[in-house]
Design a protein around this ligand. Structure first.
Ligand SMILES: [Zn+2]
Length: 180
């Protein structure tokens, strides 16, 4: 790949290590021209099967754009959106599957979005879960109430109401960019 600083068409690997979870390899590279160093991350290509049957690479940007729409007018920062995108990507990668459906991706968004902003969550869920009546909204709000207070009987509670990410993703915020 090109050097990200001077566009030199080549680079030299100076260090290479597998991440702790074994899902990626980080390589430290040095540009032979400008001598600056940078890091690349090699991961398994993650594909998403759309409803139409078309397969496309997983895109964190698409996740963020979709959530940003639901967050219009809400006090949600770009940083928070970026962090949500990272959590969603980590959650779907943690499934260990190389191929997902748009449904899987939507499911992975619900948990972190619920923690971020409840109104945005309801907007997103209303589209994702195809709400078509007031009762659907009421049921979703009941779920949220059940998750926040103590659930009266828990019968209406879905996994999304537990306050944890899908698959029990640990809530460990991490820097969005690779540190030097
Ligand atoms: Zn360079």
């Amino acid at each position: 790949m090109h050097c990200p600083f001077c566009r030199h068409p080549d680079s030299r690997v100076v260090d290479s290590r597998t991440t702790d979870d074994g899902t990626s390899i980080r390589r430290r590279r040095q540009c032979p021209d400008c001598s600056r160093r940078f890091t690349t991350v090699e991961t398994c290509s993650l594909m998403v099967v759309k409803r139409s049957g078309v397969t496309e690479p997983f895109s964190r940007t698409k996740v963020i754009n979709g959530v940003r729409k639901a967050c219009q007018g809400r006090p949600v920062t770009e940083d928070a959106l970026a962090q949500l995108g990272q959590r969603v990507e980590e959650a779907v990668r943690a499934t260990g599957s190389a191929e997902l459906t748009t449904h899987d991706v939507g499911l992975a968004i619900l948990g972190p979005l619920q923690e971020l902003d409840l109104v945005a969550y309801l907007r997103f869920a209303s589209v994702y879960r195809a709400f078509d009546s007031l009762e659907d909204f009421e049921a979703a709000i009941e779920e949220l109430r059940g998750g926040r207070d103590s659930a009266p009987d828990g019968s209406a509670a879905e996994p999304a109401a537990t306050g944890r990410g899908p698959g029990g993703t640990p809530e460990v915020p991490q820097p969005a960019t690779a540190a030097d």
